[in-house]
Structures are given as C-alpha cells and as structure tokens.
Design a protein around this ligand. Structure first.
Ligand code: F1P
Length: 477
C-alpha cells in the first residue's frame, strides 16, 4: 500500500486522489490525517492529493451524527462526489468494528469501478466477524463486502488491514484503542511511502511514545481526577488547544456525548481557519460548533470557576506555538498538559492517549460506566441500537425479546407498546431515540424493577449517578 501511495503522489494531482473515510471517530481521524498528510506533502513540495469523507458531513466532525452511518448509498455518493473526474483513486475506508454500512457502500462502489478505485479497508476485527446483519434497502452486508475484498486482496487489487486488537478497555469505545491503531497504521503506511525508514522502525517510534506516556500514569491520574471532580459537580471540562493537538482535543471532546451522554468541550486556536475543513466555518450551526479560542474567551472564560477544569494542549516545538492569550486564564483553574516526546506524530499520539484516558476516567468518576459498559450511550443508529439491546440482556439477564421491548418503551416513553410502534422500522426507532434522554438506563431499571416509566424516571432523577442507580436496582432485584 505504501508503494501505491507513493505512486499516487507521483501521478498528476489532477488525475489522482487518496480518499480517507469513515464514520464517527474513524471519520474524524480520516479528516485529521488527510489534512496532516497534505501539509506534509506541501512541505515536501508536492501537490496535496488527500481528501476525506465523513458520514454526516463536516458537522459530524464535532457533533454526533450517527444516522448517516447506516446509509450505504450516501457513502457511495459522497465518495463519487469527492473523486469526480479523477482517473486513479486510492480509497481507504475505516470501520473499526468492520460494521458501518456507510463504508460498506463506499467499498462496494470501488469494487464495481476497479478501473478507477483501489479499495483499502482498515478495521480491527477478524474478517469472519464483520457485521452480517442485512442492511435495509440493499443486498449488501458488511461481511459480504469483506469477502469480496478478501478475494481481490490475493492479487493486490484490494487491501484489508484488520489486525485484531482485542476488546476495548471500555466496551464498545472504539474511539480509544481502535482510533489510536487507525492513526498509527495509516501514518506508518504514509510515512513509509516517503522515507527510507522501514515500517517496523516507524512502528517502534509509536511504541516508545506509548511507553513514555504511560510511564506518567500518576500525572495522568491527577488530570483524570481533576476532570472527574468537575464533571461530578456539574461543572465543565474544556480543552483549549493549539495546532494539531488542539484538533485532537476537539475530536476527543466530540466523542463524549454519544459515548457517555455527557459533554466535554474543545476549542482550537484559529478555529475553522486552522481546521481547513471541506465546508468551512460552521459556527452558525449552533453553540457546539463554536470552536475558536475567541469563542472560549467570550462564552466560557467569564463563567469559569475553580470547580472547572481547563486543559491546555500545546507543545513547545515550533509548529504548535505556546498559548499567547492564556494570561487571561486564571492559572489555578488550568491544568497544563504537555507531551515532551519525539516527533510531531508521536506528540499527537501521546496527546490522544492522554485525552482518551482523561475523558474516559472523568466519566467513570461521574458514574457513567458500569462494569466496563457505557450505560448511557445514545441509541442513534442500528449498531448502537443492537449494542444497547445486547447490553440490556447482559445486565438484566432477561430474554432478547424482553430487552428489545424495554428498549422501545424507553425510546417512546410508554408503558405499553402499541401495534404502530412495534411495526415501525429500525430507522424510525433510532430517529426517535435521538430526541430521548437516558434511554438505556431507563430500559434497564424498568427491566430490573418492573416499575412504570414515570416511576423509573423519578428514580433516576433522585439518583442522577447512573451507575449508582443501576447498582441500587440490582441489589434490590
Ligand atoms: C464508527 C462509530 C464510532 C463511535 C460509535 C458509533 O465506528 O461512529 O466511532 O464511537 O461507536 O460508531 P466504526 O465504524 O469505526 O466501527
């Protein structure tokens, strides 16, 4: 694959393109790396040839837009649009769980146009564990696409990079191990296509950064605790970053809502100018799209108290300059996070590990994780719906059908399912779930106690720490 990237950049940039694509964190990393690779190409006097596609468009860079992840036709259309007029396209689709229909649609499109597209799939499950669930409205499954890719991989007309990583530390949280592995893999392949340094040597540099980062576990734990204390008392955690480390802050923050049902906010110096995203300035789309330091200074800083935590993300190297306006920050409310490691890629990697640890740890302190499961996840696409139903089975011991029934009752806030609801499509369920709150905890407590929706709602109100509410119910059930 390194050779192919190497060839792509030698070709006329008018004709050739490298597209990185994915959903959620995988799409955000696709954006992050496509921008980084282009910067690198320009530094070396080559034309930028990388582009990105994220399910749900640029608004998905900072907010959860899981519904488009279910749409294979949309995936194919977005790929077609971004590669219009190109003669040679290397397409890299990332789906950590080998599961996103959006990516399946893109790979299928590549397989149907082999004269133009070379498809690459990156994920972290064995091929036989690719998702087999039928995709509504089409004949594909992710698994069927993987099988076709495997066949073509034998003659290097397609590539499958899917080392099995083992389970995530927090179940289902592919933003962590899966996201980090995506970053390592693609950066190593990209770097190897330029330098004489071998793949193994590149990999070793990440290993060093990993060891270095985790050798600072006490400092990381202190940051986790500070952030956890802020979230526990309903205060804020903000990442205030510069350059690519600031972008990683935005990415980590945007994952917190769908994963934990809670917020951490990120801000980056230069805002959308620094980002250089496809759709430009999105500030007008709503408060969560205000991402510049000016937005932080105007909207957040005046209301900060000692109970809030602000993490400054910058490095001392030339490319990410030190915070010039932090003088307006009260230092006692700021934790300064710096990664004094090696190259800029390793600094980014180290920062990603730190942020993942801090945000996950903080949410554990807040009681959003129960027995390594995120129990307040959003149920906004088919994968998350199935995940929620499996989680309910695991934690309640009830049957599959009872759990799905409880999930639907929680989504529609009813004690009895009408014929209408029961016959609605999965898409309607996940669309409705986007407007509901605490769906999984509600369903779980209903299952464990047999109480009505109203009673459960008031129980959860009295005990807002979800883990404790569930523990209490489990003890008394
Ligand atoms: C894509 C993704 C995850 C997110 C959540 C929903 O997963 O958006 O990034 O954390 O689990 O799905 P994948 O296609 O990379 O497995």
């Amino acid at each position: 694959m390194s050779d192919i990237i190497n060839n792509q950049r030698r070709l006329d940039p008018q004709d050739s393109l490298v597209v990185l694509s994915g959903c959620g964190t995988s799409g955000r990393l696709a954006f992050f790396m496509a921008s980084g690779f282009n910067r690198e190409l320009q530094r070396l006097n080559y034309a930028p040839v990388c582009s990105y596609v994220i399910a749900g468009g640029d608004r998905a860079l900072f907010s959860s837009q899981e519904a488009p992840e279910d749409d294979p036709t949309l995936g194919a259309l977005c790929l077609k649009k971004v590669s219009e007029g190109k003669k040679r396209v290397l397409f890299v689709g990332v789906s950590c769980g080998l599961s996103a229909p959006f990516v399946a649609g893109q790979l299928d499109f590549c397989l149907r146009h082999p004269d133009v597209y070379i498809p690459v799939l990156v994920g972290f499950n064995p091929a036989h564990q690719a998702r087999k669930e039928p995709i509504p409205g089409c004949t594909l499954t992710f698994h069927s696409v993987v099988t076709r890719m495997e066949e073509l991989a034998k003659t290097q007309k397609a590539f499958l990079i899917n080392p099995a990583l083992g389970p995530e530390a927090i179940s289902g949280s592919s933003r962590m191990k899966g996201g980090s592995a995506t970053k390592i893999l693609l950066e190593v392949v990209f770097s190897a296509s330029f330098s004489r340094t071998g793949i193994l040597q590149h990999m070793r540099s990440y290993e060093k950064a990993l060891d270095f980062t985790y050798s600072h576990s006490e400092e990381i734990a202190a940051l986790m605790e500070a952030a956890g204390r802020s979230l526990q008392c309903g205060r804020q955690v903000c990442y205030l970053g510069w350059g690519s480390l600031g972008l990683l802050g935005l990415i980590d923050a945007s994952e917190c809502k769908p994963t934990f049902g809670a917020d951490i906010r990120g801000f980056v110096s230069g805002g959308y100018k620094e980002l250089g995203n496809n759709e430009g300035d999105l500030t007008l789309m709503g408060p969560e799209f205000s991402i510049s330091h000016d937005d932080f200074l105007d909207g957040v800083l005046p209301r900060l108290t000692d109970a809030d935590t602000v993490l400054l993300l910058y490095s001392h190297s030339g490319e990410t300059s030190a915070p010039s306006r932090s003088g307006r920050l009260r230092t006692e409310s700021a934790c300064v996070l710096t990664a004094f490691v090696f190259s800029s890629r390793q600094r980014e990697f180290s920062t990603k590990l730190l942020l993942n640890a801090v945000s996950t740890g903080a949410h554990i302190f807040k009681g959003k994780v129960f027995k390594n499961y995120m129990i307040d996840l959003q149920v906004t696409n088919s994968k998350l719906y199935r995940r929620a139903a499996r989680l309910l089975q695991k934690l309640s011991g009830h049957s599959e059908s009872e759990c799905e029934e409880a999930l639907l009752k929680a989504i529609y806030q009813v004690d009895k399912l009408s014929e209408d609801i029961a016959t609605c499509s999965l898409e309607t369920h996940t669309h409705t779930a986007a407007k509901a709150k605490k769906v999984v905890p509600l369903a779980l407590v209903c299952l464990l106690t047999g109480c009505s929706m109203k009673e459960v709602e008031s129980r959860l109100e009295q005990q807002p720490i979800i883990r404790e509410a569930v523990e209490t119910c489990l003890k008394s059930s």
